[in-house]
Design a protein around this ligand. Structure first.
Ligand code: ACO
Ligand code: OAA
Length: 378
């Protein structure tokens, strides 16, 4: 292969065929199974959207009921998982805890034949246990017992309850559910690509999902949502925004929450998240960090807009999560709870027509070298 064909970061290189989601990065369009994301946030729920992504169509009433019931039934985790979480250092990052927990599930549920029962069991177990394990780690790192799930609450409300011990206002739970819909899937992003590679080896799905969780944690990917909040606090006031941005750009550093490999306009999810943030602030009081974020967007439109760098999904999400009372280092685990739906859809799709991923490389090293004995090396 000629060097000219090599694309750093595989930019523009198709890695798979998929009918799960569609992105038009110039027009700012995102669809799940052909349905615009705005339709789903207006009318669907996270679990219905997860079903759509994983099984390819909107569920009938009875199918949705069985899916939701199965997920409710998987909320508790084995006491050995709980013991494992107890042994984690409380200062560890929750994404590392989550990755370990997801991989740990594989010890209890070995890989089986890909029949519909196995797929349904795996998908519902993972969608259900990820939120439980995130909430458990959060409680246990504070020295508390985990809060058992409340079976009277739906998926999103139950997660917020397990985090705080308080039943959330249904309006806030619905906002959180909308955030999960927005984060559920996004074509062949880095964590999904890592998942596809793992799935293609026929690794156990828990190991495969753990690969994706680890990949999402990176600062250039899902980890950016926490970084944005840290940046907003570091800037501290609207007056400091321009100098902060100019200084960063002069040092060739990245502004977190901006830029995207695919979108060259404002991410449609950032538009919805900003609207949600405004609705939240209208009811619960404005937040100075929101004003700072808006000013960053304004300054960056001027300085980075000509390069097609605009807010991505991670830019406004943290402001919403913070207002919902979610601690900053749980922002990325919340992203993982949502993205599990897309990951599982891609796991299923990959295995329906599998071929091992094994790309090639452009070798740039020496050849035909002599082994130099240790004593002769300088
Ligand atoms: C869920 C998600 O994963 S969404 C993305 C979350 N990540 C972030 O928010 C981190 C900040 N953003 C970035 O680092 C990048 O925009 C990425 C990693 C998301 C995408 O990067 P790529 O597509 O690889 O773009 P690349 O790194 O080639 O950058 C192209 C140019 O834009 C600049 N650029 C890209 N993003 C930014 C940014 N956030 N701030 C400043 N400059 C940027 C680069 O410096 C580069 O400039 P140059 O051509 O003058 O050297
Ligand atoms: O698609 C990407 O490159 C990053 C991602 O996961 C997203 O934007 O949701």
């Amino acid at each position: 292969m000629a060097d000219g064909e090599y694309k750093p970061g595989l930019e523009g290189v198709p890695a798979t065929r998929s009918n799960i989601s569609f992105v038009d990065g110039q027009a700012g369009i995102l669809e799940y199974r052909g349905i615009p994301i705005q339709e789903l946030t207006a009318h669907s729920t996270f679990l219905e959207t997860a079903y759509l992504l994983i099984f390819g169509e909107l569920p009938k009433q009875s199918d949705l009921h069985s899916f939701e019931q199965a997920i409710r039934g998987h909320r508790r985790v084995k006491y050995r998982i709980r013991d494992m979480i107890k042994s984690f250092p409380e200062s560890g990052h929750p994404m590392d805890a989550l990755q370990t927990c997801v991989a740990g599930l594989g010890l209890f549920y070995p890989l089986q034949e890909m029949d519909p029962n196995y797929v349904f069991g795996t998908v519902t177990r993972l969608l259900s246990k990820l939120p439980t394990m995130v909430a458990m780690f959060h409680q246990m790192r504070q020295g508390n017992d985990p809060i058992p799930p409340d079976d009277s609450l739906d998926h999103s409300a139950n997660f917020l309850y397990m985090l705080s011990g308080k039943k959330p206002d249904p309006w806030l739970a619905r906002i959180f559910d909308t955030c999960l819909i927005l984060h559920a899937e996004h074509t062949v992003n880095a964590s999904t690509f890592a998942l596809l590679v793992s799935a293609s080896t026929l690794a156990n799905p828990y190991s495969t999902l753990a690969t994706a969780v680890g990949t999402l944690s990176g600062l250039l990917h899902g980890g950016a949502n926490q970084e944005v909040m840290m940046m907003l606090r570091q800037i501290g006031s609207v007056e400091n925004v321009r100098s902060f941005i100019e200084d960063k750009l002069a040092k060739k550093q990245r502004i977190m929450g901006l830029g995207h490999r695919v979108y060259k306009v404002k991410d449609p999810r950032a538009i919805t998240l900003q609207r949600i943030a405004e609705e939240l602030f209208e009811r619960y009081g404005r937040d100075k960090y929101y004003d700072i974020a808006v000013e960053i967007e304004r300054v960056c439109e001027e300085l980075l807009g000509p390069k097609g760098i605009y807010p991505n999904v991670d830019f406004y999400s943290g402001l919403v999560y913070a207002k919902l009372g979610i601690p900053e280092d749980l922002f990325t685990p919340v992203f993982a709870i949502a993205r599990a739906a897309g990951w599982l859809a891609h796991w299923r799709e990959q295995l329906s027509d599998n071929r091992l991923f094994r790309p090639t490389q452009v070798y740039t090293g020496e050849r035909h070298q002599r082994y130099i004995p240790l004593a002769e090396r300088g």
